[in-house]
Write a protein that binds this ligand. Structure first.
Ligand code: 13P
Ligand code: SF4
Length: 303
């Protein structure tokens, strides 16, 4: 299967971009693996004619928005993000009327329609930096209430208004379960994603995006870690640190949508690329123009 995928990738001029939450086998055949920010940057810069995204829908949509002339395919078009569905374009229009002075800051985990109504996008790795640079004092942060609270703490000069979105996978990593894990592994620092709840992040030794968690574990001298994010990151953590041990808080810590991405589906897309049945990201042209702006602004401001 690996050989077939490599051959088709070359023949059809495809770059495969994968998120750290997909299965290890898929990460292995990808050209690049990264967090949401790195993947958006790579998608914006790629010279390949076709992009195949091993991740969830908002990632493929972002790649298409940043590359309107390229073909962007998903391993599975039904792989979505429940958090992204927790805010609608209509809600953003209402928010704008209610808070006319607020900057609408949109986590990249959102639909193209919602991005089109927002001022700027952020990812977990650049949210603090971008928010601090905004001229507006009032920030309406959509959709993730947990990431919003994490950012608000580091930008106390801003006034935050919270939406009520959350990631079900990260919310299932509860404080009492983390306390149990800490008791079991008392020497292991806790590395957590900012999509975890505030009372979980209070117990963390380090909070960062998937890339930042992986970098921290590599550079830190500790020999064992408790990891409070999706289980896919264990693949890179273990690959890059064979002498270290990584423990989840709960078992399994799984995003079911990320697990819809399989080697078979990747091979199928490569084989059928160009045919009607192939899962290509198609977006409304009018939405595309408006939705690309906050993403491009993010890339500029985060640099
Ligand atoms: P990052 O990879 O940017 O940390 O985001 C995690 C995530 O939830 C992707 O859905
Ligand atoms: Fe969405 Fe959470 Fe899955 Fe990330 S881990 S894609 S935020 S549901």
């Amino acid at each position: 299967m690996n050989e077939k995928i490599c051959r088709l990738k070359q023949e059809k001029d495809v770059v495969i971009l994968a998120h750290y939450y997909v299965d290890g086998a898929v990460q292995e055949i990808a050209d690049f693996v990264g967090d949401s920010y790195a993947l958006a940057e790579l998608a914006a810069e790629t010279k390949h004619k076709n992009i195949l995204f091993a991740g969830v829908s908002f990632m493929g949509e972002s790649a298409k928005l940043l590359n309107p002339d390229k073909h962007v395919y998903m391993a599975d078009l039904t792989a979505g993000c429940p958090m992204a569905d927790m805010v609608t374009a209509e809600q953003v229009r209402t928010i704008r009327k209610k808070y006319p002075d607020a900057a609408v800051v949109c986590y990249v985990n959102s639909s193209a329609e919602v991005k089109a109504e927002s001022d700027i996008c952020v990812t977990s790795s650049n949210a603090v930096k971008v928010v601090k640079k905004l001229t507006q004092n009032q920030i309406y942060f959509i959709p993730d209430s947990h990431l919003a609270r994490f950012v608000a703490k580091q930008a106390p000069e801003k006034e935050f208004i919270y939406h009520n979105g959350y990631c079900p996978t990260h919310r299932s990593i509860e404080r009492n379960l983390l306390l149990e894990a800490k008791q079991k592994y008392p020497n292991a620092p806790v590395l957590a994603h900012p999509e975890c709840a505030e009372d979980v992040l209070e117990l963390a030794d380090y909070v960062g995006s998937t890339t930042e968690i992986i970098r921290f574990a590599k550079e830190s001298p500790a020999k064992e870690y408790i990891i409070a994010t999706e289980t896919g990151v264990f693949y890179q953590l273990e690959k890059e640190n064979p002498d270290k041990r990584f423990y989840p808080v709960i078992s399994p810590q799984v995003c079911p949508d990320m697990k819809k991405v399989t080697m078979e589906k990747i091979a199928n897309v490569l084989e059928n690329m160009g045919s009607e049945s192939c899962p290509e990201v198609i977006l409304d042209t009018q939405i595309m123009e408006r939705a690309a702006r906050p993403l491009e602004k993010m890339l500029e401001m985060a640099r």
